[in-house]
Design a protein around this ligand. Sequence first.
Ligand code: UDP
Length: 297
Amino acid sequence: MAKTWILEIVKYAQPSTMKGRTDVNSVTNWNAPLVWEGTFDPVVIDAIYKKMDPRVAVVVFAVGKYTRFLKGFLESGEKFFLVDFRVTYYVFTDNEQDVPKIKLGEGRKISVITVPSASRWQDVVLGRMKWATITIDKQIRNEADYLYMMDIDSVFRNRFGAESLSQLSAVLHRGYSQNTKRDLFPYERRPQSTAFIPYGEGDYYYTAAVWGGYLEDMYKLVNYCYMQSLVDADNKIEAVWQEESHLNKYFLHNKPTKVLSPEYLWADYDVVPGHVKVVRISQIVKNYAEVRPNGGN
Ligand code: UDP
């Protein structure tokens, strides 16, 4: 696929498809689009990407008791996620028989990958970087043009379309997206970790629960998080928010080509503020002590 051509088309197509929003920023200070409802034309943007008919991989982990979230995630994904595009959900699990049979749209598939169980939730969360690196290398690279990494404990509530696609798209964390001073971002602040970001630096705080981009760019970033976590482990330190800390460090020096508003990951825990016109994915309320192998927060 001619990727530079896609980028150019989208870059030049965007101003004419953009509608106005005056209550939020719709561009970053490095001139990347910051996507909110009302800043794009869904029909036009889907049609532009549809011409390339990209293959989109969605990598999700459902280890231990998290298999209970698969049905809601997959069924709602079929209703709202890149509808009419070619999508493969890569479900990484230690419990293949608990992967539900879901009715999928045309051109859409589920591919199940077996991974080991874990006794610490932190190991599942960070282990995603290892198993995704290995599986992209072995399999997904030949099957996808774009790749999304997503948390499973969530449901799609509204359209999540081609406006989300770019070379590297990152989602603003809902908790730190509106007028939060950068020194309050929960970046890794210990210099002993490779994820260290000093006070006074950083643009945004991004969530690691939804991120995506070109397959090779995502591979590089997933592998980066994996490698940095290995260096940290050697130094007997684990970044404060695991791969999310490494992701934020990467984006400090390699800016996302598109930033997605917290519409792209809200949570049922929080009231939806007026400037969030649409919730596209929402994290569902879970009992941490019950679902995590080692309980608690
Ligand atoms: N996860 C899993 N099993 C676990 C813990 C985590 O499969 O025991 C996966 C799952 O995809 C989940 C993601 O890791 O959505 C992130 O973990 P969690 O949702 O617990 O983190 P939170 O966002 O609540 O901090």
